[in-house]
Design a protein around this ligand. Structure first.
Ligand SMILES: [Zn+2]
Length: 312
């Protein structure tokens, strides 16, 4: 009988669950909205429902040995505790592993979602086979996962890899973390919209001027049409992202940096500016070495990474 694991990706918006085999094939999957609850037990109940649906669907296919959950939080992996979960605050301090093990009667493990995505891309995606890789996710915020010598870099408290909070502008925009000028404030999807609004008065002829419900995708579409405002926003976005990657390159000497998340869609418009910063600022050898590549697994990076962690 083949071995199967359950992999869960608990996002601020969606909860994805899948039964996955040793080769990374997704045998069955579910997706629903993350419950808007302020109670951890309700979130666990939803995870258990989805897990049971997957178990039922694959019960003939193999033996399910474990569940791994990627969570939007800093995590104490050894104790199985979510420490700080800014987008789902009711999970702060929650003993998720103990709860899942008692409900499902299989071994459970949790991992930070950005780390899980990095593991997923490293297993089956853009950094496959690389021993030293970094994943940067440009979404609502900027997430990061760092794999050095085939291991996720965690630090003593499990908080390592917060790439989004590399400071790129000491007196820059205030950040949710309490600091200022973090790269998240310049290179996330949220930041692309804010930068567009800030620069709009200088570009009255832009097709984006005065547009309501602006998204980073709108800015990208405008940029593809040559809109000067959009091109300037992506220049700034790439400039700051490049500065943050220079720090990572000089300190960690990665083989590959994988860039994913919704705002990575603007790749054609920002990557040149990222490369300019690396060329002009990074140490020569690691700067040449580090390949910049787009993530390939999309929304599946988290569950595939979680599955790999469950097998390990
Ligand atoms: Zn910050």
């Amino acid at each position: 009988m083949k071995k199967v694991v359950l992999a869960c990706d608990l996002g601020g918006t969606n909860l994805r669950m899948a039964a996955i085999d040793r080769q990374g094939e997704i045998l069955y999957r579910t997706k629903r909205e993350t419950p808007k609850s302020d109670r951890a037990d309700e979130i666990v109940r939803t995870i258990v429902e989805e897990a049971n649906e997957c178990l039922e669907a694959v019960k003939g296919a193999g033996k399910t040995e474990a569940i791994a959950a990627a969570v939007p939080a800093t995590v104490n992996v050894e104790k199985g505790i979510l420490m700080k979960s800014p987008n789902v605050p009711c999970l702060d301090g929650f003993r998720m592993v103990a709860a899942l093990e008692s409900e499902l009667n299989i071994k459970a493990v949790i991992e930070n979602d950005a780390n899980a995505a990095a593991v997923g891309e490293n297993w089956l995606g853009a950094s496959k086979g690389c021993k030293n890789s970094i994943m940067v996710t440009l979404g609502t915020g900027v997430g990061g996962g760092i794999i050095i010598d085939e291991k996720v870099l965690r630090g003593i408290d499990g908080t390592a890899g917060e790439i989004g909070h590399i400071c790129v502008e000491p007196f820059g925009a205030p950040c949710g973390c309490g600091s200022r000028g973090c790269v998240e404030q310049y290179s996330s999807a949220t930041a692309i919209v804010r930068l567009t609004r800030e620069k709009e008065p200088q570009y009255p002829k832009s097709e984006l001027a005065g547009k309501s419900r602006l998204t980073s995708k709108d800015v990208y579409e405008a940029g593809k049409n040559g809109d000067e405002l959009a091109l300037e926003v992506f220049r700034v976005m790439g400039f700051y992202l490049g500065i943050s990657l220079v720090d990572l390159i000089n300190i960690l000497n990665p083989e590959v940096i994988v860039i994913g998340g919704g705002a990575a869609a603007g790749w054609d418009l920002f990557i040149r500016h990222v490369e300019d910063q690396i060329r002009s600022r990074a140490f020569h050898e690691p700067g040449i070495r580090a390949k910049l590549v787009r993530a390939v697994l999309g929304d599946d990076a988290g569950i595939l990474g979680a599955a790999r962690i469950a097998f390990d």
